[in-house]
Design a protein around this ligand. Structure first.
Ligand code: CO
Length: 134
């Protein structure tokens, strides 16, 4: 049911340093910083030939990324995003298999202007999973 890997998101304590690492050390194409108040983050997009990496930095202490960084001070993988054709169908099928959908279970418009949902990490090998309707 899941399709392409849309992105891997990495929470970082220092966005400038992370940008330098990806742009200069790893030689990737890195976007300007984009502030996303609705998601409580500033994000930088790393464009790779086959997918994207998103570097997430909290806007303030209320950001969910701030809580993640307090447990993982040097940063770490925050979530992985898979594309699905029909997010409602995918959600209902995963729920029928016992997977837990976070929040109120309804898709929200994500960072790319498309409907997204998050699935409980305990149901997916310890990894927070985002589904995005491609
Ligand atoms: Co994401």
């Amino acid at each position: 049911m899941i399709g392409r890997l849309n992105h891997v998101a990495i929470a970082v304590p220092d966005l400038e340093a992370a940008t330098t690492t990806y742009r200069d050390t790893l030689g990737a194409t890195v976007s300007e910083q984009k502030v996303e108040p609705k998601h409580g983050v500033t994000v930088v997009f790393v464009e790779l030939p086959n997918t994207k990496i998103e570097l997430l930095h909290p806007l303030d202490e209320n950001s969910p990324i701030a809580a993640f960084l307090s447990k993982n001070p040097s940063g770490g993988m925050h979530h992985i995003c898979y594309e699905v054709d029909d997010i409602i169908k995918a959600r209902d099928q995963m729920k029928s298999e016992g997977a837990r959908v976070l929040g109120d279970g309804e898709p929200k418009i994500g960072a790319h202007g498309k409907p997204v949902l998050f699935l409980h990490p305990r149901d997916f090998c310890g990894t927070l999973v985002e589904l995005e309707q491609a």
